[in-house]
Every structure is written in structure tokens, then in C-alpha cells.
Design a protein around this ligand. Structure first.
Ligand code: SF4
Ligand code: SF4
Length: 164
């Protein structure tokens, strides 16, 4: 896992044009069973993926925090939402609340999330490879394959499984 993680940006860069072409075609002509295929690819990849040996998402990028996330996590930490925002968050160029810095403050030294049960929705859903109508998040996925080895492998499998 460590070797793939350290190489993931280069691997994704090498595949970028091929992936972009694939997703452009997929957007025009998504197979009817795409949701089913994605669920299968996602489940089978995450069965063999050890996120605790990776944590690259938590180390290199962070989630965006919805207001519901902020309220839930602040309550868990016994802070007021505003105190939580001031201590940990900033507003980014898209006007979303994001972490002030990465690696994420809530990642411990063994790659466990210290707020796992109340973590942001975006963390729970990352890398979104079991999302319905997956073709609609092509641009996000092109970025995520450069962060997440599991997303990278899932897209490689998609290209083998889905003839366009
Ligand atoms: S909140 Fe938890 S899961 Fe989300 S980025 Fe931070 S450590 Fe990772
Ligand atoms: S979701 Fe992807 S990037 Fe995050 S820890 Fe798991 S394999 Fe690594």
C-alpha cells in the first residue's frame, strides 16, 4: 500500500488523458446498469483495501464541512459551533468550510480518525465510488484518483468492465 500511495500522483497523471476520454464517453452513453456495476467494483475494492495503511485522503486533502457536520462535531467536542469554526476551519475559494491545514487535525498517529463516529459526511462518502449516477462526478473522480489508491483501482477496473 505504501508504495502505491507514494506513487499515486504519478500513476494518476500518466492515466489522466485516458481517464478523461473514458469519462467523456461515459457521460454521453452511460450503461443502464452503471449503478450496479459501480456498487460491485466499490465493494470488491474496499474489501481488499486497508484504509488504515493509507489515510492519504486525511493527510493530503480534507473534507468540506456542512453546517450539520459543524454542529454535530462541535457538540461532540463540547464546543460551540463558532468556537469549532474559529479553531479548525477556514472558508475556501468556493465558499465552503474546509480544514485550516492538512493533515487533518483529527487524524491520530496510527491513522485512526479521532472523531470517526461524527466525522463529516464527505469523509464518510469519500471517494464516492458507490455514488448513484457515477458519471455525474467525473471531474471530481479525475482528481480523486490522484489521492486515493482505491479510487484509482476502481477506475482501472471500470475501463476493463465497461465497453463504450
Ligand atoms: S475528520 Fe477524520 S476521516 Fe475526515 S479527514 Fe479528518 S481524520 Fe480523516
Ligand atoms: S479512502 Fe482512499 S485515500 Fe482514503 S484511506 Fe482509503 S484508500 Fe486511502
Amino acid at each position: 500500500m505504501e508504495q502505491i500511495v507514494s506513487n499515486i500522483q504519478k500513476l494518476a497523471k500518466d492515466k489522466h488523458n485516458e481517464n478523461k476520454k473514458f469519462f467523456d464517453k461515459l457521460k454521453k452513453k452511460a450503461p443502464k446498469n452503471l449503478d450496479y456495476v459501480m456498487q460491485e467494483l466499490h465493494d470488491s475494492e474496499f474489501k481488499r483495501t486497508d484504509c488504515l495503511a493509507c489515510a492519504n485522503c486525511c493527510k493530503t486533502t480534507g473534507p468540506l464541512f456542512t453546517l450539520a457536520d459543524i454542529e454535530r462535531i462541535a457538540k461532540h467536542l463540547r464546543l460551540k459551533p463558532q468556537q469549532f469554526i474559529e479553531r479548525y476551519l477556514r472558508i475556501d475559494e468556493d465558499n465552503d468550510y474546509v480544514l485550516q491545514s492538512v493533515p487533518c487535525t483529527f487524524l491520530d498517529s496510527e491513522n485512526y480518525c479521532m472523531i470517526y463516529d461524527v466525522r463529516p459526511k464527505a469523509c464518510r462518502e469519500f471517494p464516492h465510488t458507490d455514488r448513484k449516477k457515477f458519471q455525474q462526478i467525473a471531474s471530481l473522480t479525475l482528481k480523486n484518483v490522484a489521492i486515493c489508491p482505491a479510487a484509482y483501482n476502481i477506475v482501472e477496473e471500470m475501463k476493463k468492465r465497461i465497453a463504450l
